[in-house]
Write a protein that binds this ligand. Structure first.
Ligand code: HEC
Length: 107
């Protein structure tokens, strides 16, 4: 019985460790500077804030939040396109997420 308890503790620790690792970065807040960085002609504080909120809440439903720096600015629009139907994104929501990601990437 005691051995089982130790196993349960060990497994709980492992699970905790891996869930800590997934939140090791926080998507930056939307600021005036961030809006200036972006390239989408329709971008403004409201659009990028919506993009950030959607990214944070919807793109974490099936996997950990993907890190911005892991993919190029050319790849991001294609990746969000391929994830859009999985997340049931409307076209405007897809655009907002891409605009936010590219603004963070300084594009
Ligand atoms: C319904 C589940 C689901 C949702 C929601 C989802 N994804 Fe994914 N995502 C997956 C699966 C499954 C994979 C595994 C590989 C594949 O099929 O491309 C994946 C893979 C990825 C990858 C890795 C692709 C590669 O080529 O390395 C990225 C980046 C990604 N998703 C980003 C996102 C973003 C951004 C969103 C939000 C718009 C999102 N995902 C929402 C299921 C989801």
């Amino acid at each position: 019985m005691r051995r089982l308890a130790i196993w349960i503790m060990a497994i709980t620790c492992l699970v905790d460790l891996s869930s800590c690792g997934t939140t090791s970065f926080t998507p930056p807040p939307v600021t005036v500077e961030l809006v200036r960085n972006g390239s989408d002609p329709h971008r403004d504080i409201a659009m990028l804030s919506e993009g950030r909120a959607l990214f944070v809440h919807r793109c974490i439903e099936c996997h950990t939040l993907p890190a911005f720096w892991r993919y190029s600015t050319e790849d991001w629009p294609k990746i969000v396109d391929s994830m859009a139907h999985r997340s049931n994104l409307r076209p405007a929501e897809r655009d907002a997420i891409v605009a936010y990601i590219l603004a963070v990437r300084g594009q």
